[in-house]
Design a protein. Sequence first.
Length: 698
Amino acid sequence: MIQTLPQQLRAPLFRVDEPVVQGRPLLKSARVPLFGDTGIWDFNGVIRRPANENVGTWRMRFSGKLADPYWNLLAREMLMILMNPTHEAVLKAGISVGSEGAEVASVSNNMSYMRGLLDWAEENDLPRYSDQWTAVDLRRRIKSMKGSKAYRPATICSHVALLQRMTAIAPALSLPWPTEDLWPGKSARTVSEYVVATDLSTPVIPPQIWFPLIKAAWAFIHVFSSDVLRAGRRYQELQATAQSSVAGKEAELDTWLADPANNIPVHFAADRPAGQLPEVNWRLMALNLGVKAERHGGLFRPGAVASARRRAKVLQAVAEGRVTHQGLIENLAEITRPDGTRGPWHPGIDPYDLHRLRIMLRNAAFILVIAFSMMRDSEAQEIIRGSVVEHYNSPAIASTLRKGNSNLPRKHWWIAEPIAEAITVAEAVTAHPERIFAPLHRKNDAESLDGVQMIEAFVTFVNQGRDWSGLEQIPGGYIRPHMFRHTMAMLTDQFAGSEIALGMQLKHFATRALANASTLAYAAADSSWAEHLKDSIEIAKFRRLKELYSLHKSGKPIGFGPGAERVKDAFDQVTVSVRAKGGGARVEEDFLRKARIPIRFGTLNNCTYDGTNPAGAVCLEDAIVPDGHTGPLDERCRPDRCGNSMIGIEHIPIHDSHRRTQLKLLQTPNLPKCRKEVITREVKRVEAVLDMAKESPA
């Protein structure tokens, strides 16, 4: 029955039996909420929920002040219009609020903003219902928010946007709402004074946290995982043969104890006082005898005569020293600890430890995936079994891109082999039929995981087990999933030509490019990494220089072109100086360092530009050099004709492949003349590079 309120101006645009979700893909057997549902709009099982969203966020409750019939109807009308802006009734009413319906998360936020507005109205003695409100009242609401330190400009902007939408749809509402334009000609950002910063607000993870955290995650995946998975298989074997009955176990216990190779499983306790007997792991002991762990009380209960007798036999063996805390399996992987001692990485994996370790393996895999793939939390949690594929001849993860795309396309994120290994481990420990990052306690648990909690739990677990694992202490600090993305993007930007690759990996596709302003913000250097990056780059550069020097010293070619000749001359001078000193490898390295040979290693060539003598740098000819820039302009590099260019041995296959590709393009039928000229010019350039290798005397 439709209840008509005294304040109603007209009947609602929508029927009570009209579905709330229209024009969107629905899940199988979906029970779509109806406009007439006044208590709850539950979108679980209706619209696909992101893996990192909780069930509660997909359930809209019209409770509290929104249970009042007036506000209940007004809220339902508002949400119905925002979710279905192209509904026939909405368009007939002359309402235009865009063509894209609001997402469920936005619906939830709007309900929260509405509740906040009603609470403020009550606190400020406004009339109970909006039929007596004015535009002045609504502007006062925003003014009070701007005067409070509790609200950020971004939050205020969202509240302003809601009020502006309410004004826009007011003519279609059945209940009164102020129709006056609250801020004529002004956007929500202008009203809220919300200025979008050009730099990224997301901080990076400091190096003192990044390195021990990544090392620990990799140790769990690459070193510890095989033991955890082996313990899991052993536990499954014991459970498969275990029975509920304890009949006949007396004789079986005697036989088991008669074998000197069998020891009583006990709990490991590092703080156990000297002389105190260790505590028996009765659940594991029951499994060893083929009895279900939950029936260990019936097997060893002190009260009953038979079970007490069995218990006494076990305790006697403990008193004799026949104990082990190795748990389900023996021969765990050995590691070297910081104090120099060597031993197993864990004191012993029992069923309780096994469950915790499986969770930590999942968390470690999650950390490695979001760190090195640069995926968002939501994208990583969408990874399902079998998602490691080949994409353009390289391993990649296939997952769902959610942010900024309502079509939810499947995208690919390139990965290295260690990340593929991490995903394989995550697949092995998950109990979910599809998702690899899911709760481990129930197979069909639809609950999401909290990325922050996974990271924090892993850090805590690693720090608590350092005495055995030998892992570094992970310092405390603020760590969030999206910070891994920023940190890795910044590190990747240290390589030449990385902008396009970053844009593709971060999924920052602009309309006509493969990167945008956000990409540059992600790649921007951070002061906390400045010294480390500088040192790391110099170390890597010098390591490569030493390799070239060794090749030259042994008479092997190091490269071709004028730049290579310059490097060879510098190497020869180093050799002469070392011989004059009569020194060995250490002296040789010192002279190589002091030589300060200018070289920048690149993908297509190496640059030997010398800032003290820039003559011959083609990239600087007739170029407009940006203010503050020093050094060569990489984007104007001409390997075929620059006097600083050094074509390395590793560059030849790249140029040769490029030449063959261009020659193949020249064979394209009906090729336009202008296009043919461009390709021909490119062939000549690459052939000039290859000719250097042919003409060089090595």
